[in-house]
Design a protein around this ligand. Structure first.
Ligand code: APR
Ligand code: PHB
Length: 389
């Protein structure tokens, strides 16, 4: 098989890239190790920046999000028992949209299938080869037969645990990482949201976040010890702990119910530099991970794909390598700003035992400054709604 761009991974990054390249007339194939249902079964965050929604439109997969997504103008910060609204739209003229990543993936899968594009699912031993040459290729095993895709470029969209980054020689890559000393216990329930906007809570017992998937389906998160197991958190215990961390008004509006999904996720910040290795590019979680506090994971994957798809379009239509040569620096400049913002939000809102009472007071001072300074609130808003591409 031959194609222009071989994409490894059919998550949001790979699917979005495939659609944008198709829109630009650039032939591509996606190779994915799991089944479509497995990919759709991963419960992830659900907050989209305007730029991400615009890219979904350009990919022919934005209509349902535009129809069903919840547009939010503000976000609330709760601390010291009180809640404070940050009017992001007033500060930036922009909004964010609540629309689950599962639905984004579903819409991109449908757009790709409707376009009749090649996606190989349940591909084993996917391996990028010769990306330091002008003739890279990707091999994989399907139904016990080894296949090979000859291509011009490889896009490693295979996530944090993927194969692409692992095939880069250690001497050619530098990584930066911070692992946080706690996890997020998340619950999904068919209950109405606590409020029509998100509530991020700093509490002495730990962080809590009240978010949603629709006006009938809620998503709540609690900071929990890293060594906790989800079996230690029956629903009643989860709801009781959430009530102990929320402000009075939120407790009064909280509707509890049986969990339809419950899981614990670790938090880390991770960046790999560079994001280009000859004819192979990394995009999305394959190159970086952010703690979900800033809701940047999916949006960073989208911005990488924006830069990479534009660079490849320039290569094929204008015969210029300027874009692909600039890709890594362009993407990393935005990645590091989002990594900083996600680290800052996480540092401000979570309980860090090792920083003690002094650290807790600094957090409250930061939060108090945020809700009493237009400049500080504007800075948070600019980053939360998404910095320009
Ligand atoms: N071969 C083929 N496919 C692979 C391999 C491999 N060796 N390793 C991983 N994959 C696939 C995974 O099964 C997954 O479907 O690559 C895809 C990567 O998707 P994601 O992990 O979702 O990463 P990305 O597309 O960059 O999207 C980032 O997803 O995990 C969330 O929080 C993250 O919101 C962010 C978004
Ligand atoms: C979510 O809706 O799952 C979500 C929203 C905002 C975050 C994290 C998760 O910061």
């Amino acid at each position: 098989m031959r194609t222009k761009v071989a994409i490894i991974g059919a998550g949001p990054a790979g699917l979005l890239l495939g659609q944008l390249l198709h829109a630009y007339g650039i032939d591509n194939v996606i190779v994915e190790r799991q089944t479509p249902d497995y990919v759709l079964g991963r419960i992830r965050a659900g907050l989209l920046e305007e730029g991400t929604v615009a890219l979904l439109d350009a990919a022919g997969a934005g209509a349902r999000a535009r129809h069903e997504g919840l547009v939010h103008h503000g976000v609330e910060l709760a601390f010291g028992g009180a809640r404070h609204r940050i009017d992001m739209h007033a500060a930036t003229g922009k909004t964010v949209m609540i629309y689950g990543q599962t639905e984004v993936t579903r819409d991109l899968m449908k757009a790709r299938a409707d376009a009749g594009l090649a996606t190989v699912y349940q591909a084993a031993d996917v391996t990028p080869h010769d990306f330091g040459s002008v003739a890279p290729r990707v091999s994989y095993v399907k139904d016990d037969i080894t296949h090979e895709i000859a291509c011009d470029f490889i896009a490693g969209c295979d996530g944090f645990h993927g194969v692409s980054r692992s095939r880069v020689p250690a001497s050619a890559i530098q990584t930066f990482e911070r692992v946080y000393p706690f996890g997020w216990l998340g619950i999904l329930s068919e209950t109405p949201p606590v409020s029509h906007e998100l509530i991020y809570t700093n509490h002495e017992r730990g962080f809590a976040l009240c978010t949603m998937r629709s006006m009938h389906r809620s998503r709540h998160y609690l900071q929990c010890p890293l060594d906790d197991h989800v079996d230690q958190w029956p629903d009643d215990k989860f709801w009781d702990e959430l009530k102990r961390r929320l402000d009075r008004k939120a407790v009064d509006h909280l509707v509890t119910g049986p969990s339809i999904e419950k899981s614990i996720a670790p938090l880390r910040s991770f960046v790999a530099e560079p994001m280009r290795f000859g004819r192979m590019f990394l995009a999305g979680d394959a190159a970086h991970i952010v703690p979900p506090t800033g809701a940047k994971g999916l949006n960073l994957a989208a911005s990488d794909v924006h830069y990479l798809s534009q660079a490849l379009r320039e290569f094929y239509t204008e015969k210029s390598a300027a874009g692909i040569d600039a890709y890594s620096a362009m993407a990393l400049a935005r990645v590091w700003k989002a990594v900083r913002f996600s680290w800052w939000m996480t540092s401000m809102l979570h309980k860090f035992p090792d920083t003690g009472e002094f650290g807790a007071r600094i957090q409250l001072a930061e939060l108090d400054y945020l809700v009493s300074s237009k400049a500080a609130a504007t800075s948070l808003s600019e980053n939360y709604v998404g910095l320009p591409f």
